[in-house]
Design a protein around this ligand. Structure first.
Ligand code: C5P
Length: 230
């Protein structure tokens, strides 16, 4: 499931970040393609803003996304809500779901498979990458309170993959308890369930600011990709 219902306000500009081209291919399409080309994925659901549904459908057609794409649906006010709506929209016979931020468009089919394998084993798994910086906890006035142990820290990325029934049970419980989370792993953490991690490498970063577009293009060129258009 590809999540693309955010407003992308940190990017500035008029075009939502999921539609910005990177070496000629829109961010969203890059993410969708990685799942489309992944042999472990049977079905794709895209969650977007209501006003973007037609644009997304047209882009998928233009870029030749396969019939694995089952639905393009409207998301909710938060990432948590959009993810839940997307999982509910998947076919009932889907046993596992992989939830992916559209903005992490350097994702590869190989990473998707690695995370899914871990989810098959443990029911809940997520892509993560090591944090190169020393991370501090600060108080409200910006004064350092604590240095966190770097060996114990990773950045949570996506895909985050789960046994579908398990996810729905945990997410519904979190909603009842009004637990607000910024990623799906946190739903499981909130009820004391274990999520296993897979190192996906720092290239799987989330396109957030204009500088990230340049960084993404550089990373793709390093992989040997050229400006392709379609
Ligand atoms: O806001 P943030 O960068 O954490 O969003 C992560 C992903 O969740 C993005 O791909 C964004 O499009 C998606 N999202 C969503 N629905 C929202 C908010 C964010 O699908 N209401």
């Amino acid at each position: 499931m590809i999540l693309a219902a955010g407003s992308g306000t940190r990017m500035g500009g008029e075009i939502p970040k999921q539609f910005l081209p990177i070496l000629g291919v829109p961010v969203l399409i890059r993410s969708v393609r990685a799942f489309d080309r992944c042999h472990s994925i049977d079905e794709i659901v895209i969650v977007t803003r209501e006003s973007d549904i037609q644009t997304v459908e047209a882009l998928c057609q233009e870029y030749g996304v396969s019939p694995k794409l089952k639905r393009v649906i409207a998301g909710g006010a938060t990432r948590q809500k959009s993810a839940f709506l997307g999982v509910e929209a998947a076919s009932k016979n889907c046993r596992f779901v992989a939830i992916h931020d559209a903005a992490r468009c350097l994702i590869t089919p190989e990473i998707v498979v690695s995370v899914l394998k871990e989810a098959y084993r443990h029911r809940a798994a997520t892509a993560v990458y090591p944090i190169p910086d020393t991370v501090k906890r600060v108080d409200r006035r910006g004064r350092i309170k604590e240095t966190l142990d770097r060996n114990e820290l990773v950045a949570a990325a996506t895909p985050q993959a789960f046994d579908r029934d398990y996810y729905i049970a945990v997410a519904a419980y979190a909603e009842k308890k009004e637990t607000a989370v910024t990623d799906d792993n946190a739903l499981f953490e909130a009820v004391g369930q274990t999520v296993y991690t897979v190192d996906c490498g720092g290239d799987n970063f989330k396109i957030t600011t204009p500088g990230d577009l340049v960084r993404a293009e550089a990373a793709l060129r390093a992989r040997g990709e050229k400006e392709t258009g379609k």
